[in-house]
Design a protein around this ligand. Sequence first.
Ligand code: DOR
Ligand code: ZN
Length: 356
Amino acid sequence: MTDAITITMPDDWHLHVRDGDMMRAALPFTAEKFGRAIMMPNLVPPVATAIDALAYRERILAALPADSRFTPLMTCYLTDDTDPDDVERGFAEGIFTGVKLYPANATTNSAAGVTDFARIRPVLERMQKIGMPLLIHAEVVDPDIDVFDREAVFIERVFEPWTRDFPELRFIHEHLSTSIGCDFVRSKSGQVGGTITPYHLELNRTDWLGSGNRPYMYCMPVIKTEADRRALRKAATGGESCFFLGTDSAPHSIHKKLAIVGAAGLFNAPVAIETYAKVFEEENALDRLEAFASLNGPAHYRLPPNEGTITLERQTWTAPEEIVVPGPEERALVYRGGEAIAWKVAQVSFQDAGRG
Ligand code: DOR
Ligand code: ZN
């Protein structure tokens, strides 16, 4: 039995930390264990221009401890009116790493998202030209489509045609939730990468709804069937380079999570890398954790892997049930809060010194 594993320092290719007090409370959980993270732009108002992203990046950097080596990677929130020149400038100046597409009203803080896909084609053409990746919340919002079918229908109606219309554009299918989604990414490997969250690997919809409604398991895309969960585990742990780590850690105040209309999103950053380690161990694939967590993502984004390492040890600890947030947000529930967590990050090293 493996009791410790050292891997290249991982990155989180999909993270929400919000802003202000919530950001200051949530960010350290990621910054202490990951080298970089793609910062989601769905603030209110959204991070929609290079100027917005520069200011948001400054606020994130100011919230980090002075000795932190964490790098936030910024994204542009795509709207019907996004200016291709601003996108290009932001990318050329190293402010933007990618553009994030939310279909309008698909999820939390997506009201300013895209309402008409025809209108964003000039932006996609420009991104294709300059080699800038497009991150997609791949769900339709058509009210006639069942919530469990949103991902599959988006692939059929929008995503698959785009991969042919924009053959040189690199895509990321964010937070894969279905077996169909995994097969789609696989079929477009190289052009399309897919991130997978810890909770889509751990939960099925019976866990979420089968014995009481568990609002802390509510997220978008919603948790699917056991067959989907198994397909996602196979994708994550199977060693295919098109799949990589993206936690979609998304803190909400407890009153927004537990409201009559509850907010979608799970705050998993405190237990994220530990939960992936658990899943990989269960699938007998701990030797593939490094590729998923630390190598496949940078390769798809065409960035070098981090130089440091982290060491996970088999050590049981209890996840906090919630974090305290100063100000009106008050508290945020933690995914797997109160559970015994089997793996612990025992060492973080910024040079490649952790390997012996
Ligand atoms: O569950 C989700 N929460 N899915 C998303 O796509 C957004 C996120 C959030 O911002 O809370
Ligand atoms: Zn997200």
